[in-house]
Design a protein around this ligand. Structure first.
Ligand SMILES: [Fe+2]
Length: 518
């Protein structure tokens, strides 16, 4: 009889134990043990009357958990405007994510969760305005490699009270294992130590990143509008594979499925059946934001040598026909003054032949998919579009470029007068992922910057910086768009001070980048 009771108790005990959600090293991190809200809170994808709220419970067992939530107009959580109950389930690793509706436009709200008698930290978020807003401010970020440095840029962003939303252009995590070569900057070690391949691996990597206090604080205090780039899957991802995926690592489709699922578990992005990141966000008559998927939706495999471009199949695509049609239709129909594209890789031409014949073009960027880019640009010119702002991450550099169809053609483009320009491309520096000067001497990296900015080679490039980390503050008004590159003093220590900033402006209807003189 005793044996029977013991067996029964043990079977109940084991049934209550979930398969581990994370690598065991996650549970040894600071503030994780016993802290139901160790991963913080977040919000995202604001509209004029709704916002997505997010949290993820630090819960090890199989049982579903009831979570209460409330959203208020004040920090003391007294003027509650909505509240409810959700269930956190094992199948989503206890993610709680939902859209709160019936909110007021252009308004700041505060929210929190309650589970197992623990309150979460209080988050702050903001809805989008309807028509008539005088100004919008976005913090634009990309490329936060945990191993390469501290997320000081996120602390700088968290410290601001004037941001409408943070636009994240991808490389939110990196898939690599711990780097033992000593060749690249290695400030902190990844969990798990190996390259991530499985569901548990991807969940563990996001968990580690979200335990970073600076990133967590940026999420707590601002809504995010995020898209993935390649490293949320594996380096140089395309639809059917990735440079950093080998056959011995298993089925690509299975890895892609895990990576996609886990991205949706961790990011405060609106859920949808196909787990697509392609969407449009409206900020009244001032801005419309088109978030693109240039990785797994329609991207054909990258070419290997610039010489192949001449023979390349005209039908090769990066975003694919249906997404391109959706984008052009949306841009043409948009009534907003500024049409913003949240894009992964460099859109404008970038001629690097002075540096290297082999690497004269970045074939992972739009330069590797010229026919699809040319068609998009032709459609924009045909529709007489102006005020397009292409936001770009991926390459760990700061660039400010006139958006133009043929930068080399003096008859159609004038870099001084702005003739032929339909907007600007703003490339945001990495939050921490290694810059050129962290791989080659700083003086040499600055020389590369000068060569790339040469007026004959890349006449549309107005600004560049290849050596600093930080973010871009994008301010939009009816009059102009000001991009300010804000740089951190260091990523090697955890300190949030600014090194310097640099502002460029594009003026409404005079549409090219000039130095900002307030
Ligand atoms: Fe990156």
């Amino acid at each position: 009889m005793r044996l029977l009771v013991l067996f029964f108790s043990l079977s109940l005990f084991y049934r209550a134990q979930a398969q581990p959600l994370y690598n065991s090293a996650i549970y040894l991190q600071k503030n994780v043990l016993g802290n139901m809200f160790a991963f913080g809170v977040a919000s995202g994808d604001p509209s004029s009357n709704s916002v997505v709220l997010w949290t993820k419970l630090n819960w090890k067992y199989t049982s579903n958990l009831q979570v209460q939530w409330e959203i208020a107009e004040d920090t003391a959580m007294q003027q509650i405007v909505a509240k409810g109950v959700k269930f956190a389930k094992m199948e989503s690793a206890f993610t709680v994510k939902f859209k709160v509706e019936d909110l007021q436009p252009g308004k700041t709200y505060f929210y929190r969760f309650l589970a197992k008698d623990q309150y979460s930290p209080i988050g702050r978020t903001k809805t989008a305005p309807t028509n008539g807003a005088s100004e919008l401010k976005f913090a634009v970020v990309s490329c936060n490699n945990y191993q390469h440095g501290y997320f000081n840029a996120y602390r700088l962003i968290a410290n601001r009270c004037d941001i409408d939303a943070v636009i994240h252009l991808g490389d939110y995590i990196y898939e690599y294992g711990v780097n033992r070569t000593g060749k690249k900057p290695q400030i902190r070690d990844h969990i798990p130590e190996h390259e991530i391949l499985t569901l548990v691996d991807y969940r563990s990597r996001y968990a580690q990143y979200r335990l970073d206090e600076d990133l967590q604080e940026a999420h707590r205090l601002h809504p995010f509008i995020a898209v993935w780039d390649d490293h949320e899957f594996a380096n140089n991802t395309y639809k059917d594979g990735a440079q950093n995926h080998q056959a011995a690592e298993g089925e690509w489709e299975e890895r892609k499925k895990c990576a996609r699922q886990v991205y949706f578990e961790w990011l405060p992005i609106a859920d949808n059946d196909s787990l697509s990141i392609i969407r449009k966000l409206n900020y009244g008559d001032l801005a419309e934001v088109f978030m693109l998927d240039g990785r797994v939706e329609g991207r054909d495999k990258q070419l290997e040598h610039p010489n192949e471009l001449a023979q390349a199949d005209i039908d090769r695509t990066m975003i694919g026909k249906s997404q391109a049609d959706w984008l052009v239709r949306g841009l043409v129909e948009s009534k907003a003054k500024w049409k913003v594209m949240g894009n992964q890789v460099m859109f404008s031409e970038l001629d690097m032949h002075k540096l290297s014949k082999k690497y004269a073009r970045n074939l992972d960027a739009w330069d590797g998919y010229p026919s699809e880019r040319n068609k998009l640009l032709n459609d924009m010119y045909t529709a007489n579009l102006k005020n397009i702002l292409v936001l770009t991450g991926d390459i760990h550099t700061s660039f400010g470029l006139d958006l133009v169809r043929h930068p080399q053609d003096k008859t159609s483009y004038n870099r001084k007068t702005g003739k032929g320009v339909i907007g600007a491309e703003i490339v945001t520096p990495s939050v921490s992922s290694s810059n050129l000067d962290e791989r080659i001497p700083r003086g040499l990296a600055k020389l590369v910057g000068k060569l790339v900015k040469d007026k004959k080679t890349n006449p549309h490039m107005k600004y560049n910086n290849l050596v600093d980390h930080g973010y871009v503050l994008l301010q939009l008004s009816a009059k102009d768009a000001v991009a300010t590159w804000v740089y951190c003093k260091t990523v090697k220590e955890n300190r949030a001070d600014m090194r310097k900033s640099k502002s460029w402006i594009t003026k409404y209807d005079a549409n090219h980048l000039t130095k900002y003189r307030p």
